[in-house]
Design a protein around this ligand. Structure first.
Ligand code: ASP
Length: 613
């Protein structure tokens, strides 16, 4: 079949194209028949153009009318016609081609379309599995086309900025040695080495560090990463990172390079100006103020310390939380270990004194998901009879009535506000649980404007976290992070107090990137392996190639890895990364379109020396 090749696309014809004879290629988006005239909305990835088939004005061309009668939605066609201005009352300002229409003289059907499993609309309303089974149809929607376009533009802008900054784009292998830490590796059996396996990289971490040892100085890669984790939330088994590493840098060099990168990407692709420097919060400030290390800063609503009011008030549960917390702190201190003790934290919800008991209970239930034992509340009211003209009402207010002026002043609460309080012998639980309530309120109260982008750096993270289940310390980020120098002498004696030279970039409540200055001293690296419970022989077997590389003049280095899927998701105002990946897996790590994962032949298994149990 000879294709009538397009001479214009469906998104760009304007009034000044009037009179042009053109050919369009595309899909029938919608067709309407109106007393002898058919209106076809012809769609391609550039837009939609209205095509008119008017049998009378065309002198009753029977052939055109017959083809037109056959057309159904999503038929792929070539249309030849002439551009004409739309009558004034038909102009559609919401379409890029809204000023014109094309009077068809010939239509050729390039391919037919069977009954559709769902309509191609601007946004698909079909179920997730149906969308993924027919992903090629789902991707035809205007919204998906736009998101995939944005992704391509962002990737291009990243390459543009990095290359201009002197970074080399270097590919690292996707068949690597398995060194699982944290997540599970995806394994690929070796045919040539019976019983041996390659792993797919969870990140190019060790390779990028070795590239620094190799003298490449500034590296980046749009890198596919694989983690075999249980399906939870919005995880994908494979995802993409903008992987970056630099030599001879300190933390602030990596931070400002990243600020420049995002400034460029947002300006170039969305026309949005970002601040030249992003806010910096220490991990502790983030936890104390927002109860999370990935705060959504599109709204303020900071948590406050309620402990100063506990002693004077007679509320026993608050007192107990602090006494028990103090006992825990002392017990830990005797073992030479740092513990934060207990906490009583308050959140002022502006103007929400009208919340019903049921609404407050819902918030309390949310706090309990994060291990809070309960959540206390009080309402602030104007009361001329009360001291200072302000009173606390309801909930636990009777214990704090006398202190109302001081409490409201220090919490910056006014009449009409609701105060929520979580107390716990673990300060971490008090912070996290109330922080989760803060995040929920942000969403419920519509404070999270999808068009605002609030970046912040979280710095001074703890280097290690205690894994209660396995009764051992593990690296909070990864084991290659440099502990801040002042903690080097006490690494082994008080791991919980050690801060790492590590940083996260958060955007609108999501962790967008993590990175760190790395260890480049083989001896220090070995100490870290030991603290996280990797015996010297095992460390040598798994990571010996890295410590070996460090022995030959490896430079000081550091880097970062922003998640590309998440970045595009936030830029596109979405809440799932599946919306910005062309072919994602479903929530069960499977692909309904090609039915993957799938069985393989016995012959393949034999070649790979595998027996399925
Ligand atoms: N490789 C790290 C990660 O995937 C990021 C980094 O430290 O650069 O989280």
């Amino acid at each position: 079949m000879e294709i009538m090749k397009r001479t214009a696309d469906c998104g760009s014809l304007k009034k000044n194209d009037t009179g042009r004879k053109i050919i369009l290629n595309g899909w029938v988006h919608r067709k309407r028949d109106h007393g002898g005239v058919s209106f076809i909305n012809l769609r391609d990835r550039y837009g939609i153009t209205q095509v008119i088939v008017d049998s009378e004005s065309d002198g009753g061309q029977a052939e055109l009318a017959t083809v037109c009668a056959e057309l159904r939605n999503e038929f792929c066609v070539a249309v030849e016609g002439t551009v004409r201005e739309r009558p004034a009352d038909m102009i559609n300002p919401s379409m890029s081609t809204g000023e014109i229409e094309v009077l068809a003289s010939k239509i050729v059907i390039l391919n037919r379309c069977e009954t559709l499993p769902f309509q191609i609309d601007e946004e698909s309303s079909a179920s997730e599995d149906l969308r993924l089974k027919y992903r090629y149809l789902d991707l035809r929607s205007g919204a998906m086309q736009n998101r995939i376009r944005l992704r391509s533009e962002v990737t291009f802008a990243v390459r543009e900025w990095m290359t201009a900054g002197g970074f080399f784009e270097i590919e690292t292998p996707t068949f690597i040695k398995s060194t699982p830490e944290g997540a599970r590796d995806y394994l690929v059996p070796s045919r040539l080495y019976p019983g041996k396996f390659y792993a797919l990289p969870q990140s190019p971490q060790l390779y990028k560090q070795i590239l620094m040892a190799a003298g490449f100085d500034k590296y980046f890669q749009i890198a596919r990463c694989y983690r075999d984790e249980d399906a939870r939330g919005d995880r994908q088994p494979e995802f993409t990172q903008i992987d970056i590493e630099m030599s001879f840098v300190s933390r602030d060099d990596v931070l400002s390079m990243t600020e420049g990168l995002f400034g460029h990407v947002f300006k170039k692709t969305l026309g949005v100006d970002l601040p030249a420097q992003f806010l910096r919060l220490t991990y502790e400030e983030a936890i104390e103020n927002y109860g999370t290390d990935k705060p959504d800063l599109r709204f303020d609503m900071r948590m406050r310390d309620f402990a100063p009011f506990v002693e004077a008030g007679g509320f026993q549960a608050f007192k107990d939380a602090l006494t028990q917390g103090e006992a825990r702190r002392q017990e830990a201190a005797e073992k030479g270990v740092t513990s934060a003790g207990g906490g009583v934290k308050a959140l002022v919800v502006k103007g929400k004194a009208d919340y019903s008991r049921k609404q407050i209970e819902e918030l309390e239930a949310h706090a309990k998901i994060y291990k809070a034992k309960g959540m206390a509340w009080m309402k602030v009211a104007a009361n001329t009879a009360a001291p200072g003209g302000i009173a606390l009402e309801g909930g636990v207010s009777k214990f704090f009535a006398e202190d109302a002026p001081r409490i409201t002043r220090e919490l910056e609460a006014e009449a009409g506000d609701l105060i929520l309080i979580v107390a716990d012998a673990s300060r971490k639980i008090a912070n996290t649980a109330l922080g989760a309530v803060r995040s929920k309120l942000g969403r419920d109260l519509g404070l999270c404007d999808a068009k605002r982008f609030e970046f912040a750096w979280i710095i001074d993270f703890p280097m290690f976290e205690f894994n209660e289940e396995e009764n051992r310390w593990e690296a909070a980020h990864h084991m290659f992070t440099m502990p801040q120098e002042k903690y080097h002498p006490a690494l082994e004696s008080d791991p919980g107090a050690v801060k790492g030279d590590l940083y996260d970039l958060v955007l609108n409540g999501y962790e967008l990137a993590s990175g760190s200055i790395r260890i480049h001293d083989p001896e220090l690296q070995k100490r870290i392996f030991k603290i996280v419970g990797i015996a010297p022989a095992e460390a040598e077997k798994k990571y010996g190639f890295l410590t070996e590389a460090f022995k030959y003049g490896a430079p000081p280095h550091g880097g970062i890895a922003p998640g590309l899927d998440r970045l595009i998701m936030i830029m596109a105002g979405q809440t799932s990364i599946k919306e910005v990946i062309a072919f994602p897996k479903n929530s069960f790590a499977a692909s309904p379109m090609d039915d993957c994962p799938s069985d393989v032949d016995q012959k393949q298994l034999d070649e790979l020396h595998l027996v399925v149990k």
